[in-house]
Design a protein around this ligand. Sequence first.
Ligand SMILES: Cc1ncc(COP(=O)(O)O)c(C=O)c1O
Length: 356
Amino acid sequence: MAELLFHVGKLRKNLDTVQAFAKARNLDLLLVTKVIQSRPDLLTLINHSALSRIADLHAVNLARLPQAVTERVHLRPKVSNALETARHCDRVFLSDTRVAEALGQARESLSLPALRVSVMVEAGDLRDGVPWDDLPTVVKHLASLKGIAVEGLGANLGCLSGIIPTSESMERCAAGLRRVRKLSGVQLPGLSVGGTVYWENLRQGFPTEFTEFRLGEAAFFGFNTSKGVPIMELDEGVFTLDLEVLEVWKKTVGEIAPGEVGLNAFGQRMHSTLTGLRQRAVLDGGENLAPMSALRPMDAKSFLVGQTHEYTVLDCTDAAVPAVGGRLSFQAGYEAVARSFLSPFLQLRVIEQETI
Ligand SMILES: Cc1ncc(COP(=O)(O)O)c(C=O)c1O
């Protein structure tokens, strides 16, 4: 069975760093822990003060957070789970008035204090967010609703379109906030930005209107996917995935097999630039568990050549012959860990002390 190794000490160090980064810039840090399903056993085990404010996209995850979490933030509440969200969350990000109405009503029905709301704006990524022109009316309407308290705006970049912030776009956001305040007459004390894509920009300076930094990938992976670069001061090795070796053979590659060549299991046409006799290891666990784009062999002399849903194939011609029944290690990126956490065919092992 595949094993995901969670190097918890490395995560704690990353949390120290991201916490200090936010503090030095007078930003509140909001950790997005959905990649590990915000698992209460793991959050308790990590035991770090950066985890006192948690954001997730699933009410079920937020409902079971440990006591030590003092602020539970829902990033994508829905009409269909308004009651659960209203019951278990302190604050939400939303971009639709019907969702806000449902949450306000649910909160009132539970006789709980008004739910704190940050309104997500469309800052250019074209995922969720209210267009700037519609925002003053939306904010005014939300401020009139019972059961919710509008406390700010949120901007999100990087996710759908890979849009990277610039000093101009950050200034446009700040100016937009000031304009919405003026036109809606609502206070709106804060502007929350995220995710990791903002790291470099925030390092260099940002408008005083920014009050919060939401991030997940930086802390768990030390990587900025939108730019395709590691984050210098963070550790990329918080997770490693070990896959069991099922077979090792020298196989002839690059020769056209007799018969028609069609598409592979994912409907793609495969091309190989390699030819000749290559040593290939077949590993247990494929795309369903962890896509190869998010796996990097720890042995730099090997490289991944392909995957099916359940298998991964490694070229290890220049490496030592792997032992069948043993495991090979890969540094695991966001997508690999996110999928692994959803797989029943995986064992999670927490590494408290690094041996090297
Ligand atoms: C609204 C929002 N903010 C912040 C984040 C964190 O982004 P990242 O993992 O790039 O730091 C996410 C990720 O899902 C998100 O949806």
